[in-house]
Design a protein around this ligand. Structure first.
Ligand SMILES: Nc1ncnc2c1ncn2[C@@H]1O[C@H](COP(=O)(O)OP(=O)(O)OP(=O)(O)O)[C@@H](O)[C@H]1O
Length: 334
């Protein structure tokens, strides 16, 4: 049985003339213990979807189950979930221990049990030596760990994360990502994690649910989403730099858009003619921005390969089996 099931989930805001549908029938079955990332651009509806699972937003249509219960009409407090937000407001006057214990205290969990759970969570999160500190005496990363600790001590069936890393700097984000992965390995709790950052999604997800404008574009492993994107949207959203999507590529199919990732083009003596415009240095690699006829194309050059110069004309060849085709009308993979 699915730990979480979304069945034709619809969300509308407002009433009458003001009514606006923002989620258009999402279906997904999430297995017990899976780590799922919901990813998409700003405004695509990912927070709304998460908040409906949490019970913070009403569901306008369809059904959400957690475990064997349909939760459409179940209060958030009774859904057996714990949520970690971007703005992880800790109580400033309480110590780390008290912050982590608070949710259990109001649920009248016995004092000994609270201590055991908080100590265990603190150990996992490497917060044991900070339990007496106040939030202002902690770094941003440590505060975020306390917020996660608050969720862990609840021992919920499901963790919901709403962009919990967006307030951290790049280095701390990467480090906290590793901690979240470790946490998931140790606890195995079914998790839904929302982010607009596709790199974060690719590195954290066991499966990712890619959203665009209220629609689920694809639900699959990071490998599936990268190697067989279901739509042109997914092809251009996942992967950095994005997949080249060409209307008039040589060897293309009638009525189809041809897709090729910048890392799957090789410079050689024959193939597509590309006029080089600019070169971008990315540490070990280079990105060549050029024109193929009247379309833009990006080619990635690996370390050690000779780099072309602006205004030069080069030849590039797509690697065997790396071309993708999408219906020019619908954008769907062919
Ligand atoms: N309370 C509300 N009333 C009306 N419209 C809303 C409300 N909350 C969200 N929306 C709209 O619903 C859509 C989805 O919003 P949502 O916050 O879920 O997007 P998101 O993908 O999480 O974006 P972001 O990454 O910017 O947080 C947006 O168009 C937003 O304007």
């Amino acid at each position: 049985m699915a730990a979480i099931a979304l069945r034709n989930v619809v969300k509308k805001y407002g009433k009458g003339k003001q009514e606006l549908q923002v989620i258009h029938g999402v279906n997904a079955e999430i297995a017990k213990g899976e780590f799922i990332v919901i990813v998409g651009p700003s405004g695509c509806g990912k927070s709304t979807l998460l908040r409906m699972v949490a019970g913070l937003e009403e569901i306008s249509g369809g059904e959400i189950s957690i475990g064997d219960r349909v939760v459409n009409n179940v209060e958030p407090a009774d859904r057996d979930i714990a949520m970690v937000f971007q703005n992880y407001a800790l109580y400033p006057h309480m110590s780390v221990f008290e912050n982590m214990a608070y949710g259990l205290k109001i649920r009248k969990v016995p004092v000994d049990e609270i201590k055991t759970r908080v100590d265990k969570a603190a150990k996992i999160l490497e917060l044991s030596h900070l339990l007496d500190r106040k939030p202002r005496q902690l770094s941003g990363g440590q505060r975020q760990r306390v917020a996660m600790g608050r969720a862990i001590v609840r021992q919920p069936q499901v963790f919901l994360f709403d962009e919990p890393l967006s307030n951290l700097d790049a280095k701390l984000r990467a480090q906290t990502r590793l901690e979240i992965q470790k946490l998931h390995r140790e606890l195995g709790i079914t998790s839904l994690f929302v982010t607009h950052d596709q790199v974060e999604a690719m590195t954290l997800a066991q499966r990712m649910l890619v959203m665009n404008a209220g629609n689920m574009e694809q639900f699959g492993t990071p490998e599936e989403v990268y190697h067989t994107p279901a739509t042109t949207f997914v092809a251009s959203f996942i992967g950095s730099p994005p997949m080249n999507l060409l209307k008039n590529a040589q060897g293309g199919r009638a009525g189809a858009i041809t897709g090729i990732r910048p890392e799957h083009l090789d410079i050689g003596t024959d193939g597509w003619q590309v006029r080089v415009e600019t070169i971008e240095l990315l540490g070990a690699e280079r990105l060549v921005y050029g024109r193929l006829g009247d379309e833009q194309i990006i080619v990635r050059i690996e370390e050690g390969q000779p780099s072309p110069k602006p205004d030069e004309t080069i030849h590039v060849r797509p690697r065997e089996g790396r071309l993708h085709y999408f219906d020019a009308q619908t954008g769907r993979r062919i």
